[in-house]
Design a protein around this ligand. Sequence first.
Ligand code: KIV
Length: 266
Amino acid sequence: MPDITLTTLLEHKARGEKIAMLTCYDATFAAASCDAGIEMLLVGDSLGMVLQGRDSTLPVTIEDMAYHTACVKRGNKGAMIVADLPFMGTATLEEIYRQSATLMRAGAHMVKLEGGAWLCEAVTGLAQRGIPACIHLGLTPQSVNIFGGYRVQGREAAAAAQLKADAQALEQAGAAMLLLECVPSSLAAEVTTASKVPVIGIGAGPSTDGQVLVLHDMLGMSLTGFTPRFVRNFMQGSASIGDALAAYQAAVKDGSFPAPAHEFNA
Ligand code: KIV
């Protein structure tokens, strides 16, 4: 796989080619995901739940994120590595710069921050300093205690309007990518159409420019027994993990994933 850059992603968006992204936390899965043609590896703070067995992402530290980003970098074969700023990594502008630098030094090509238009100054500052930023909107798991659970976001007209305004402001501020989690498909479609930068979805329907899933979810592995509605188990019908990764990549590329069963309505 040729090295995936921001230019590659913009070209994909321009010609309507879907972007396949998957979470990844170690070198072996990084290599296997690249072999399957997965273009973006997200070192997500979901590692707190799927690797560390915690009940939320809140306990994850910048040291955890840097360690797993460095592991993924060692196995990477050309994918773009995106790493999450952990809970309270966005506490101040200084903290955002410091933690983003740590993740970039560990091997990330882009950082992901959970939030809204209040991150505009940080997004501009990061871009000026050479760090592309992806902003995670919708169901932002670090705010689970504000939301009162892992609930679909943007269903009410005011919340949908706020999300669209946030997306537009962040793009104007210089965001390199947006990620929408658990929002109605119609809202995700509107944001994607209005946006010049790639929009990746998880539980956001088929219209986004690309899809991401948590690795363990799409391999059918769950500590709690709960599987979110937007997940498909790609081990079903696959003879090996490598085949499941390739089936996911193919299903994202040909648009067969996500199917209507994985969507949320307004
Ligand atoms: O941490 C993570 O894995 C994520 C995905 C759920 C998008 O942010």
